[in-house]
Design a protein around this ligand. Structure first.
Ligand SMILES: [Zn+2]
Length: 328
């Protein structure tokens, strides 16, 4: 996908187009920002701009054989190095990077290496990468992708140019989603909000299975009476794999109720496509109890990350949610 097809990230893209067009591009970059905002897509678009047979003013055509190969992941001069297991290891740096980087490009004019999850470089691997950064081979560009730039060695950071990627504005993302998914405006708006401005995440959320899960969670919430919560905790416990997603839906639901209850702007709603159900649920709830429920779900999400016993965590959560149900 050439630069023109990447949504948002205008600053980064303008910069790269200019630098490629003027042939004044650095040799090492750190792309940082949240998951799913276009870091990898931009690295690939940069590889295309550098290797396209018909590139003009720093932009690739997107259609020549080189562009197509890069999109499909089959260009010999564009390589992705990803963690093997937990880490990016020294052997990977030697075999997939150092040995390869000293060879001339095979088909294009510039080799580009993407190091995914660069915060997971082992110390040895980072030191070996550092040698390459100190004496960069000609016609080689390195792109380190990370959500945690501060986990990288200072010596690496200082030898790379950092490019920040930001979440997209809701308006920009929802109009893109409407076009891309051919979906109604309220659904696109809801996806844009739920994804926190991250296009890749929004597309994942739009997936049928994820939507089915969300509908199930919201559907069940509607039906829960004060006495049904302990039973619900047991049922949820049987869905360990989907639990993070289910808790995210739960949080978005109570957060939306809190927004409605406190009369904040409806533009902030994450489930704007379910406004009727939200308004129905709001009748039984006070702002204070909703704030407490949001906090209860947040606590559960944090505990989940710390691997606390799932059943216990759900029992606690649902007790807090159930205890307040119906009280005004
Ligand atoms: Zn091309």
């Amino acid at each position: 996908m050439p630069f023109k097809d990447i949504k948002g990230q205008t600053r980064a893209i303008e910069y790269f187009k200019r630098a490629v067009g003027n042939k004044r591009l650095g040799h090492a970059f750190i792309f940082t920002g949240p998951e799913g905002v276009g870091k990898r897509a931009t690295a690939l678009a940069l590889a295309q701009a550098l290797n396209c047979s018909q590139s003009a003013e720093g932009e690739a055509c997107g259609e020549c054989p080189a562009c197509r190969k890069i999109t499909q992941g089959g260009h010999p001069d564009v390589r992705s190095i990803e963690p093997e297991g937990q880490f990016l290891k020294i052997d990977q740096m030697r075999e997939q990077l150092q040995r390869d980087a000293i060879l001339k490009p095979m088909e294009g004019s510039t080799k580009l290496y993407i190091l995914d999850s660069a915060e997971r470089l082992t110390l040895e691997a980072a030191n070996s990468l550092l040698k390459l950064l100190e004496e960069p081979p000609p016609a080689v560009i390195l792109v380190l992708i990370t959500t945690q730039p501060f986990a990288l060695l200072e010596t690496i950071r200082s030898r790379c140019q950092t490019v920040r990627f930001r979440p997209l504005e809701t308006k920009v993302l929802s109009s893109w989603l409407r076009e891309r998914l051919a979906c109604p405006a309220d659904q696109a708006q809801a996806l844009a909000m739920q994804s926190g401005g991250r296009p890749a995440k929004a597309l994942r959320l739009a997936d049928e299975n994820t939507q089915a899960l969300r509908n199930q969670v919201i559907g069940k919430l509607q039906k829960l009476g004060p006495r049904d919560w302990p039973e619900a905790a047991v049922q949820w416990g049987e869905h360990r794999a989907e639990l993070p997603e289910m808790l995210a839906v739960l949080l978005s639901w109570f957060r939306d109720l809190l927004i409605l209850s406190s009369r904040a702007s409806r533009e902030l709603l994450m489930n704007s496509d379910r406004l009727t159900e939200l308004e129905g649920a709001l009748l039984d709830e006070s702002t204070e109890s909703l704030a407490e429920k949001c906090q209860a779900v947040l606590t559960a999400i944090q505990q989940m990350k710390k691997n606390i016993n799932t059943q216990l965590l759900l029992e606690n959560l649902f007790m807090r949610l159930g205890a307040k149900a119906g009280r005004n």
